[in-house]
Design a protein around this ligand. Structure first.
Ligand code: FAD
Length: 320
């Protein structure tokens, strides 16, 4: 069974890719049709002052039944993979590294001296299909001509075409091919967003837990997202670094580790990925979202009987 997200689920949780200039997927929404908790059919677009509260709605406001997305002409992207980026080099030039291509992902563990892979996804100039020439070395990491397998499992051949071969964005920006199980397939995921300006301090704080984290980790991925104005978007009002953990499917040790990681990140104003595992409380989360009270008011307006509320909405949003 493949586990790609639905458009509705991706939008409702602020699902993202990477790139300092790329907003999350929810930012492409221009209008929505929603069946609210009152049973009304609501059409809402950017002109409505409530729109920015509705898009990342976590399913708490209603059921999205139609979506209007911004589109643009297709474009070409190439992926180039480098291996063994020293952590020291990564931390020494972090802002430069994550800005080095249209979309940049760093993969690895926390206790090692190097990050195992850097993926640079470069957007080609409009109309061009000529491969860009990339350097043989990238901040001490070395270009690999070999195809890399899943970052979350060396024996899993599920990645899209790499090796600097241009192709349509839809076959290069996703890490994983659409015809196979993505990532590992037997895993737990966690992700925290911290302001990019705190990246080095936040990563250093998590690295101090590296020996505790790595035995339970399949891989970490570091990405960036452009700031937006959606009330419950993890990128609301700040350009974040997204610190992701793909865990072995061992719930107990993972559950035990999360509060330690959250404590390490606490000085850096972390926000959790709504669709992944975390133990931050509704109070801690509300402290990171200026518009949380407005969102709760919106939930009361759209769903006065609490049709869409559940244990999750109570735990993370305080909506009982
Ligand atoms: C292998 C894998 C890779 C992933 N990669 C990424 C990644 O690269 N970036 C990233 O940010 N996340 C990633 N995720 C997380 C995933 O994108 C999010 O959890 C996403 O929300 C899942 O969407 P879904 O439709 O599967 O979820 P669901 O569990 O169905 O929905 C998630 C939320 O959206 C709401 N929702 C769903 N449909 C609707 C609707 N029609 N109307 C209103 N609300 C709705 C639900 O109520 C729920 O609150 C990944 C997850 C997996 C398993």
């Amino acid at each position: 069974m493949h586990s790609f997200s639905s458009v509705g689920g991706a939008i409702a949780t602020g699902t993202h890719g990477s790139g300092v200039g790329n907003g999350n997927l929810s930012t492409a929404v221009a209008a929505l049709e929603l069946v609210t908790g009152r049973g009304d059919v609501l059409h809402i677009s950017r002109a409505d002052p409530r729109f920015e509260g509705v898009v990342v709605g976590l399913g708490m406001l209603g059921i999205t039944t139609r979506v209007t997305l911004d589109i643009q002409p297709s474009y070409q992207v190439q992926q180039d993979v480098y291996v063994d980026l020293p952590w020291e080099a990564a931390l020494g030039a972090f802002a430069e590294i994550v800005s080095a291509a249209y979309s940049v992902s760093l993969f690895g563990g926390w206790a090692d001296a190097t990050l195992k892979q850097v993926w640079l996804k470069s957007r080609l100039p409009e109309g061009s299909v000529t491969p860009l020439t990339m350097p043989a070395e990238f901040h001490g990491a070395v270009a690999t001509g070999d195809k890399v397998m899943s970052p979350a499992g060396d024996d899993l051949d599920n990645t899209t075409v790499q090796g600097g071969v241009p192709g349509p964005w839809s076959e290069r920006l996703p890490h994983f091919r659409a015809d196979v199980t993505p990532s590992n397939g037997d895993e737990i995921q966690t992700e925290y967003f911290v302001p990019l300006e705190h990246a080095v301090s936040a990563l250093t704080a998590v690295r101090a837990l590296g020996e505790r984290i790595d035995p339970h980790l399949l891989v970490t991925e570091l990405r960036t997202v452009a700031a937006d104005a959606l009330w419950l978007s993890p990128a609301n009002g700040r350009d974040p670094l997204a610190i992701h953990f793909t865990w072995h499917n061992d719930p107990e040790p993972v559950r035990a580790l999360l509060p330690e990681i959250e404590a390490a990140l606490a000085p850096f104003s972390p926000r959790p990925h709504w669709g992944k595992w975390y133990t931050l409380t509704a109070e801690e989360i509300a402290a990171q979202y200026e518009r949380m009270a407005d969102f709760r008011a919106l939930a009361d307006e759209f769903d006065p009987r609490g049709v869409f509320r559940n244990a999750y909405s109570e735990r993370v949003l305080g909506l009982a």
